[in-house]
Design a protein around this ligand. Sequence first.
Ligand code: UDP
Length: 234
Amino acid sequence: MKYQRILLKLSGEALMGNQPYGIDPERIQQYAQEIKRVKDTGVEVAIVIGGGNIFRGVQAQNSGMDRVQGDYMGMLATVINGMALQSALEQTGVYTRLMSGIKMEQVCEPFIRRRAIRHLEKGRIVIFGAGIGNPYFTTDSTASLRAIEIEADVVLKGTRVDGVYTADPEKDPTAKRFSTITFSEVYQKKLNVMDMTAFTLCQENNLPIIVFDMNKPGNLFNLISGQEVGTLIN
Ligand code: UDP
């Protein structure tokens, strides 16, 4: 396999499937199967899950709520998604641990770096919930930070789009996909890969990012086996 330890970032919105809100059970089961398939090859898998399908801090601010309060609500939303993903994964027969950036001991472990690494070494899938535990950050930043902390080989950003394009492919039919691109090109061309905090963290720590379509069956597995899937940023 091309990678030994991966950090997979899944957005909350991806879990909605075709629903307007919440979690689509079929979608989450499909993701669990894809992840198990990769896990079974011996690759160590850590996952950061978003919360946008349930709550986003910025939306709260737009409707007059305190931003920080909204961000904490968003972080709690990621724990709900993490619990759902944990269940779906365990139904496939893999061992998992959910670790939270905000302490909630009745529900999951607190994030402790050495412990997270130990879980991975023991073959458990580790899901990081509650972001980094601070407002004004995103789960993309969480993915970058946790990936660096656990010394992952790569951040895999699973999206609905199969890579980074010259323009938004959902709006511009002439948009072309990059197979690889450098961090500085992404920056110069103002391409939207991740928020700047998340992006800079990866750049400064030489951590490659792959943007790929998580909804295409087999994509995650093909990527790990070394096939060219999505866009590699390094
Ligand atoms: N959030 C936060 N700090 C973090 C991670 C997340 O405050 O470290 C909040 C923020 O309000 C964000 C929400 O949680 O909007 C949900 O996360 P995100 O928007 O990144 O989820 P995704 O877009 O991946 O579904």
